[in-house]
Write a protein that binds this ligand. Structure first.
Ligand code: ADP
Ligand code: ADP
Length: 228
C-alpha cells in the first residue's frame, strides 16, 4: 500500500532530510520508525500524507503517485489517511464530539451518518461520557484518544502516528498502544514514529531505523536498538 523508490527530500534551506529511501509497506502492517532526533522520521511521515513533496523519487500510496498529485486530488488521498501527533492538535473551541464530527463534515457526510459514526468511534476509544467536554477539560491521554477517534472516523486504510505517546506518562501510553493495536487488528495499517524503547521492545513489530536520512535497519519483530 506504500511504496517508495529512491526518495530524497531536500528542504529549501538546503537541509538534506532524506537521502535515498526505498521501502514497501503492505496493507495491515504495524511499523515502528525509530532513530535519533533530526534523522528524518517526521519528514518521512510528512511525505506519506503529502504534507511535504519529495525532491526526487517516487512515492505510491494506495495506488496514487503522490509526488505527482494534482492539488485538487490531495483531499482524496488524505481522506484515506488518519494522522495523530504528539501534541494532539484538537480544535480548542469545539467539543469532543464536534472535533470528531468535523472530520466528517469536511467531506460532506450526511448529518445522520455523522451522528451515528461519532458515537461509534467515541465508544471505541471509551470516551462516550466526555462527548460534550472541551479538550482543555480532558487529561492528556483522553485528548489523544479524541485525536485517535478523529483519525479513524472516516475509516482510513492507513494511520500515521508521529510520537503519539511523547507527551504521556507510561501507563497512559500503554492505553494508547492498546487502542492502536485494536485499530490495526481491525485492518488498518499503522506507521508510528517513536522514542519509546519499552513499547517497541514489548510489541515486537516491524522496526525501521532511520539515521541521517537513510534506512539503516529494517527488521521483522524488531527492537528499539538504541540506549535511551
Ligand atoms: P526527526 O523527525 O527524525 O527528528 P525531521 O524529519 O524532523 O527528523 O528532520 C530531518 C532534518 O531535516 C533535520 O536536519 C531537520 O532540521 C531538517 N528539517 C525538518 N523540517 C525542516 C524544514 N521545514 N525546513 C528545513 N529543514 C527541516
Ligand atoms: P491524568 O492523571 O490522566 O493526566 P487528570 O488528572 O488530568 O488525568 O484528569 C483526571 C480526570 O479529571 C479526567 O477524566 C479529566 O477529564 C478530568 N478533568 C481534568 N481537568 C478537568 C477540568 N478542568 N474540568 C473537567 N474535568 C477535568
Amino acid at each position: 500500500m506504500i511504496e517508495m523508490q529512491g526518495v530524497f527530500k531536500k528542504y529549501p534551506d538546503g537541509n538534506d532530510a532524506l537521502k535515498g529511501i526505498n521501502l514497501v509497506v503492505d496493507q495491515n502492517e504495524f511499523v515502528y520508525i525509530v532513530g535519533p532526533s533530526g534523522a528524518g522520521k517526521s519528514t518521512f511521515m510528512k511525505l506519506i500524507y503529502r504534507e511535504e513533496k519529495p525532491t526526487k523519487g517516487q512515492i505510491v500510496v494506495n495506488g496514487f503517485n503522490i509526488g505527482k498529485l494534482k492539488q485538487r486530488k490531495i483531499p482524496y488521498v488524505r481522506r484515506n489517511i488518519g494522522v495523530i501527533f504528539q501534541d494532539f492538535r484538537l480544535l480548542p473551541k469545539l467539543t469532543v464530539a464536534e472535533n470528531v464530527a468535523f472530520a466528517m463534515e469536511v467531506i460532506e457526510e450526511p448529518k445522520k451518518v455523522i451522528r451515528k459514526r461519532t458515537n461509534e468511534v467515541l465508544s471505541l476509544v471509551r470516551l462516550k461520557g466526555k462527548a460534550n467536554a472541551y479538550p482543555s477539560q480532558l487529561s492528556g491521554g483522553e485528548q489523544q484518544r479524541v485525536a485517535i477517534a478523529r483519525a479513524i472516523v472516516n475509516n482510513p486504510s492507513l494511520i500515521i502516528a508521529d510520537e503519539p505517546t511523547g507527551n504521556l506518562d507510561p501507563e497512559t501510553s500503554w492505553g494508547i498502544m492498546e487502542l492502536l493495536e485494536e485499530i490495526n487488528f481491525r485492518g488498518t495499517t499503522i506507521i508510528m514514529a517513536t522514542h519509546n524503547k519499552e513499547i517497541v521492545n514489548k510489541m515486537r513489530k516491524r522496526v525501521i531505523a532511520i539515521e541521517d536520512g537513510v534506512i539503516v535497519r529494517d527488521q521483522e519483530r524488531g527492537e528499539y536498538g538504541y540506549e535511551v
